[in-house]
Every structure is written in C-alpha cells, then in structure tokens.
Write a protein that binds this ligand. Structure first.
Ligand code: MG
Length: 265
C-alpha cells in the first residue's frame, strides 16, 4: 500500500508490483485535477488500484487511549466530517475506476445498545449505501476489536457490500487475537488484505500497542498467514504495508517485503 502525496509511483513500480492499494491522507485534495493526474500516471505504469484507503486528519496511533480518542468514526466531534470525507473518497475512487474503499472506523463498543455503537453503525450504513451506488465494496480494517466482535458489527450493519480488510499485524499490535485464527473467523467477509508484521504489546502495560516491524521480523508468521489465505480461498493481491516515519527505510522495507512474499510462492 502506498500513499498519495507521499510515495512516488515510480518507486512502487520499481519493486516489481503492478497492483495495490492507495492511501489517501486526511489533507489530500481529491479534486478533478488529482483524479486526472492519477488516471494518467496509473495508465502510464500499467498499475491497477484495487482499493482507496482513507486516513483522517487528527488521528493518532501512539497508544490504545489515543486510538480510542482519535481514530475513525468513533470520536463524536469529527464523526460527521469524516463520514462526509469518506463519501468524497468513494466519489474519487469512482473517478479512478477503483471498486473498493476502506478505512479504520475505530474502537467500536461491544454492546449493541451503546449510543456510539448505534451511531457508528448508522455512519457505516451511509458509506456502504453511497459506495454501492458506485458499485464499490467498503472494507473495515481489522485489529481494533476481536474478530468475533467485528463480524458481529458487520452483521449488524447488514449491507451486502460491507467486508473486511484483514491486517494480521493489527491483531497482534492491539492484542486482539492470533491472526490465523482470527482470519478463519471472518473468512467469509475478507475483501482485501494487508501484509504487515508486528510484535505483541508488553504485558505490563495495558495501554501500550505492540511494535510494527518489517515483514518477516515480527510475530505474524508470514508464511503461515499466506498459507492460511490460500486455505480460505483468498485470491486477491497481497498488499505489503509498512508504516514508519523514515521514508527511505520504509520503501526499502516494503521492497524487501515484496521479495519475501515472492520467496514464498
Ligand atoms: Mg493495515
């Protein structure tokens, strides 16, 4: 997965990949000019975008309380603006001919009658219905809740174009479950995947998140995870994701991740 406005498509294609997901930062301007430029660049490289992934301004992934307070559709103060931004992202994806959108919606409460649960569910329905008019699916990123809770939430939303972007590292970083077991629980709903790695959070600090690390160096067990994707019949792209501030290291580690996946084929 690469980011609009941050990554150079030449560098991504230099890794030998020709399809993937594009992240859209919260401050990225999704106007007609940007759509035209991306269409031209994608066509020139023969690159197929499978998903546009939304991030929102003001999100922090520094620890569990920060995620709770700032990520996705959960924080009330930014909820409406972010839902509208996601509808705009769906329109932008349609202009690029992209058939799926995705985001983190944040920590959804586990009780169905909780007011935040009900409001977030309504927001997700709005995004699904808007995306459906463009013939798109909407994928929720895994990790901030256990697989069973996410599945139950998706069933509660009750929209046929809603599914999951499965990120095995997030299950570890948030301490929400062993990735292969979680994958089996949500198998029917997996629309897309991230290939990312991480280490479990420290046991003595319930607020801490685990540490994201380059693919193959964490606790995911990448070869077993890829094998499990085959077992559930997943045939879509394996989107290598690496989120770290050091851009040079990030690109180098993404390229190494692509090589690692090739070695498993
Ligand atoms: Mg991810």
């Amino acid at each position: 997965m690469f980011w609009a406005g941050r990554d150079d498509l030449n560098a991504i294609c230099g890794m030998g990949v020709r399809c993937g997901q594009m992240g859209i930062p919260g401050d990225y301007v999704m106007d007609d000019k940007a759509a035209r430029e991306w269409k031209t660049a994608l066509a020139a490289h023969g690159f197929t975008l499978v998903t546009l992934f939304a991030a929102y301004e003001g999100e922090s992934y520094s620890d569990q309380p920060a995620v709770q307070a700032t990520v996705g559709f959960v924080p009330a103060a930014t909820r409406e603006a972010r839902i509208l931004r996601t509808l705009e992202l769906s329109d932008f994806a349609a202009k690029l001919g992209v058939g799926s959108i995705a985001c983190h919606i944040g920590f959804v409460p586990e009780t169905k009658d909780h007011p935040v649960y009900v409001t977030v569910r309504e927001g997700v329905r709005r995004v699904c219905d808007h995306a459906a008019r463009h013939g798109q699916t909407f994928a929720l990123e895994t990790g901030q809740e256990a697989a069973e809770a996410l599945l139950e939430f998706i069933e509660g939303v009750d929209r046929p174009n809603l599914g999951i972007n499965f990120d095995p590292a997030n299950m570890i970083l948030y301490g929400t479950g062993e990735p292969v077991e979680a994958l089996k629980v949500v198998r029917e709903r997996v629309l897309s995947v991230h290939l990312k790695d991480g280490k479990w959070p420290p046991k003595d600090n319930p607020e801490a998140l685990g540490t994201e690390v380059p693919l193959g160096r964490g606790d995911v067990n990448i070869s077993r995870f890829v094998e499990a994707l085959g077992e559930i019949g997943f045939t879509g792209p394996l989107n290598v994701e690496r989120e770290t501030e050091d851009q040079a290291a990030r690109l180098r580690e993404m390229a190494a991740g692509v090589e690692l996946l090739r070695s498993l084929e």
